[in-house]
Design a binder for this molecule. Structure first.
Ligand code: CO
Ligand code: CO
Length: 319
């Protein structure tokens, strides 16, 4: 996006300059319009599950901005050579997730392509006074992650037949879980910064938050939630290329302290699909926020660190 000229319209209150989750365009005093889109190739074998995951992923950026999705449109690429019943299942999965989000599916567009791809363009609304940007973290905040990591490693291994059915069902559930539930649970608290974990992995998105907020995020490796089955795979080197790109980008800006497991660090660089929310909120509200999340979520989440004054490195990883 770097080469695109800056937009001068003052109504575009969140643009692409801060690498935030979605753009926000202010319609009037009470309404900000959130626009986002995302689509990708299948990451699980079941077409219905893939549709659900792709939709949960596309809707997520609206939740990461503190907004509510209202209207969604399908984006579809599909080969003529494949049975259209597969496409029907993908779309059924997506439609079900959109319905669960409370938004309405208003159509879409499909083209013929060699490889199936699916996702959504989503329009949401947000109170312009309560936008959750990724740049507002404050010293003294604590940092919460609302889904476990390891999806890139596991979906890579899945393609090689290295993941058992039980684990596939578990990660399918996690990736298909709307970030709506985590967002709703913490809405009553003072959310200083929020983003969702996707392609840049936990470390990449945490770095954006730290740099954008001009603070240092101090994370504790042993508190970070991850799918247990991802660890032996990471130890074997079953790691997607994106994780190495994330690592190369983040490492120079990270201070590493103590004895850190290499495989666990790989999981922190691992690109996620439909990952959880990374939330910074005041320490004084931490206990209540964690309790609210406990009531709302049936997947692992954790308090993973805190915000400290900006040091020589934007990120600090401790055991
Ligand atoms: Co995002
Ligand atoms: Co996105």
């Amino acid at each position: 996006m770097c080469d695109i000229p800056k937009n001068e319209d003052p109504a575009l209150i969140v643009g692409y300059e801060t690498s935030d989750d979605a753009a926000v365009y202010q319609l009037d005093e009470k309404t900000g319009l959130i626009q986002t889109l995302d689509f990708f190739t299948p990451i699980v074998d079941d077409p219905f599950d893939f549709g659900q995951i792709a939709a949960a992923n596309a809707l997520s950026d609206v939740y990461a901005m503190g907004g509510t999705p209202r209207v969604a449109m399908n984006i579809v690429c599909f080969p003529n050579s494949l049975d259209t019943s597969i496409l029907k299942e993908i779309l059924r999965g997506g439609a079900e997730k959109v319905k669960e989000s409370g938004a309405v599916l208003a159509g879409g567009h499909s083209i013929e392509d060699n490889e199936p791809k699916y996702g959504l363009s989503v329009t949401g609304i947000v109170d312009p006074m309560h936008i959750w940007q990724n740049t507002g973290a404050q010293v003294g905040d604590i940092v919460i992650l609302t889904k476990p990591l390891g999806m890139g490693i596991l979906t890579t291994a899945l393609k090689e037949g290295m993941v058992d059915q039980e684990t596939i069902a578990w990660i399918t559930k996690i990736m298909g879980t709307l970030n709506k539930y985590a967002a709703d649970a913490v809405k009553a608290f003072d959310i200083h910064a929020c983003t969702d974990i996707t392609g840049f992995g936990l470390m990449g998105h945490a770095l954006e938050m730290a740099e954008g907020s001009q603070v240092t995020l101090e994370l504790s490796l042993n508190s970070i939630p991850y799918i247990g089955a991802a660890l032996p795979l990471a130890e074997m080197g079953i790691i997607p290329a994106g994780a190495y790109r994330n690592q190369a980008h983040v490492m120079p800006k990270t201070a590493f302290e103590g004895d850190l497991s290499v495989a666990l660090m790989d999981i922190c660089y691992d690109p996620q699909t439909s990952g959880g929310l990374l939330i910074a909120l005041p320490e004084a509200q931490a206990e209540d926020a964690m309790h609210a999340l406990e009531q709302a979520l049936d997947i692992p989440f954790a308090r993973i660190g805190k915000v400290i004054p900006m040091g020589t490195h934007a990120l600090c990883m401790k055991p």
